[in-house]
Design a protein around this ligand. Structure first.
Ligand SMILES: Cc1ncc(COP(=O)(O)O)c(C=O)c1O
Length: 344
């Protein structure tokens, strides 16, 4: 198989040998009967790392987020979220379909909601208004930014003052934790529930975890069954998830360091602009508007040189996401190729 430098996403990461071995040897049972000890162990470890009472293994980040929305809200409620968030942009309108809620959005160029903007959208009691049933934050964001903890604290504080629950889409919470230099539990102090993905930069093949209070997770467990998410011998997947949490969450800084190299190099190429605020984790959006070249032309040329990248966002951008399969030497090669394609 031809080897590519694959910078399209961190979801393309393959499993480590340790994961494959753990999967092969996993102790499994029927998890719907509550008999899969590996799933139980993953959920316990995840709950501890996320600073919550309990956790639930789910098939995907989307399922984790949608289960949270379903479990926190009632039909007709309104959810406040950022217009650039995954829940709003990339979950097929599921909140409306599955939970019967509407979403009221906050705009922000860095996908970080400001407390005053959230406050302005909270509904007062009025027979005409929907109830504000949930506030959703996302960190790290799909734009490569991370919520400052004081912003999260303020949003959480105002939510509590109004009796509104808070959910965090923490698909990349360990990237956010690495960027902030804190444990994930420092971030989840400011949310009632959190979803985190095992299958992105952490290299597990499948799965996410939803965490929260024991009471919340008990209700979410029932909703998971309703959505067809009750799995049987899921321990094979959970075994990889345990390695993801115990071995891979701590290495993400390496991806961030590679990203910084890449972002700096790209920003020095004539015609490319990089918003450095949006390089806090493992992704960079290169604005190629000033090069005079078409997005697809550059992507095709990169592919000819063994490099995969994505458009990944509306506008004249190419997105690069560093991950476990990419070294600092690969980054130097990518930069050489970009210079060659654009400057010659
Ligand atoms: C911020 C964020 N949330 C949720 C998801 C959904 O995860 P999944 O693809 O596992 O459904 C993604 C996936 O890219 C994401 O980036």
């Amino acid at each position: 198989m031809e080897k590519f430098i694959d910078l399209r996403s961190d979801t393309i990461t393959l499993q480590t040998d340790e994961m494959r071995s753990a999967m092969f040897h996993a102790e499994v049972g029927d998890d719907v009967y509550g008999e899969d000890m590996t799933v139980k162990r993953l959920e316990k470890i995840a709950a501890e790392m996320l600073g919550k009472e309990a956790a639930l293994f789910v098939t995907s980040g989307t399922m984790g987020n949608q289960l949270a929305i379903m479990t926190h809200t009632k039909r007709g409620d309104e959810v406040i979220a950022c217009s650039g968030s995954h829940i709003v942009l990339a979950e097929v309108g599921a909140a409306a379909v599955l939970s019967g809620v509407t979403v009221r959005t906050v705009d922000d160029e860095n996908a970080i909601m400001q407390p005053e903007d959230v406050q302005a959208l909270v509904r007062g009691k009025n027979q005409h208004f929907p109830d504000t049933g949930l506030i959703c934050m996302e960190t790290a964001t799909c734009l490569g930014t991370v919520y400052p903890l004081p912003v999260m604290a303020e949003i959480y504080g105002l939510a509590k003052a109004h009796g509104i629950p808070v959910h965090l889409d923490g698909a990349r919470i360990f990237n956010a934790a690495a960027a902030l230099g804190v444990d994930a539990g420092e971030i989840t102090r400011y949310t009632d529930s959190v979803q985190m993905c095992l299958s992105k930069g952490l290299c597990a093949p499948v799965g996410s975890v939803l965490a929260g209070s024991a009471e919340f997770i008990e209700k979410a467990h029932r909703n998971r069954k309703m959505l067809g998410g009750g799995l049987r011998q899921a321990g094979y997947l959970a075994a990889a998830g345990i390695i993801a949490l115990e071995k891979m969450a701590g290495r993400l800084q390496e991806d961030h360091d590679n990203l910084k190299l890449l972002a700096k190099g790209l920003s020095e190429i004539k015609g490319i602009q990089v918003n450095m605020r949006q390089t806090e984790i493992n992704m960079v959006f290169a604005d190629i508007g000033g090069t005079g070249l078409e997005q697809q032309y550059i992507i095709d040329k990169l592919l000819e040189k063994g490099i995969k990248a994505n458009d990944g966002r509306e506008g004249n951008y190419i997105r690069f996401v560093t991950n476990h399969g990419v070294s600092s030497k690969d980054i130097e090669y990518v930069l050489d190729c970009m210079r060659e394609i654009i400057e010659t």
